[in-house]
Design a protein around this ligand. Structure first.
Ligand SMILES: [Zn+2]
Length: 213
């Protein structure tokens, strides 16, 4: 493998790509490496118990590399307190089964950092799709949260500038909804860092393996 995609919703058929494909409790195919979680957008109180039962069973599947995406989103209509409770339960599962956590966060960075500080989890937390300021990035890193970058480093100069300033051992790369390829993301990331793609590959592979394998 040369390319590591920390968060995507589509399995890659490319032989040199290892991706963590996001699954939900209702998903059916678990034949490739995956993460599984209850996304804040899709929390339904009525079916939560059943979903947690499925989740806990699938976490023990040999292809499960992480819990998530899960997290907090202030732009969704789901009650924020409920989101917090569902997130905390997934943090506990991450600790119980010793799997890293992949986090979805919209306008709730302080809350995520607060949970990290108070719960002091042993497992790695990966904040996916990071596209915010350098100050926020540094605050996450200071609290031991790994940042995963995708299309925003291609489409947004400000995010590319943030990425440029971060240490390579604290980042991962991803495609998420696949409007970019993992090859595009690596190419752009190596340009921003002004290093060869092969050098970037080595570092990201090491990060990925430290966290997921
Ligand atoms: Zn996603």
């Amino acid at each position: 493998m040369n390319y590591f995609d920390a968060h995507t919703h589509t399995f890659s058929k490319e032989e040199n790509v290892l991706s963590v494909v996001n699954k939900f409790p209702v998903s059916e195919n678990f034949s490739h490496p995956f993460s599984i979680g209850i996304h804040p957008w899709f929390i339904k109180v009525k079916t939560l118990n059943t979903e947690f039962t499925v989740l806990e069973e699938k976490i023990q599947h040999k292809n499960c590399l992480a819990i998530g995406e899960c997290g907090l989103d202030k732009l969704t209509e789901v009650n924020f307190q409920t989101q917090k409770e569902v997130f905390v339960t997934q943090i506990q599962l991450s600790e119980k089964y010793k799997k890293p956590l992949i986090i979805h966060c919209v306008k709730a960075y302080q809350e995520i950092i607060e949970f990290k500080k108070t719960l002091k989890p042993k497992q790695v937390w990966v904040l996916h799709g990071f596209n915010k300021s350098l100050q926020l990035a540094e605050s996450c890193l200071k609290n031991g949260i790994i940042l995963s970058f995708g299309k925003a480093i291609i489409n947004r100069n400000k995010v590319a500038e943030v990425f440029k300033k971060l240490p390579l051992n604290a980042i991962l790369l991803e495609t998420d909804n696949n409007d970019v390829t993992i090859f595009d993301v690596y190419k752009k990331a190596s340009e921003i860092k002004n290093i060869e793609v092969t050098e970037l590959q080595k570092q990201v592979e090491q990060n990925f393996k430290n966290i997921f394998i």
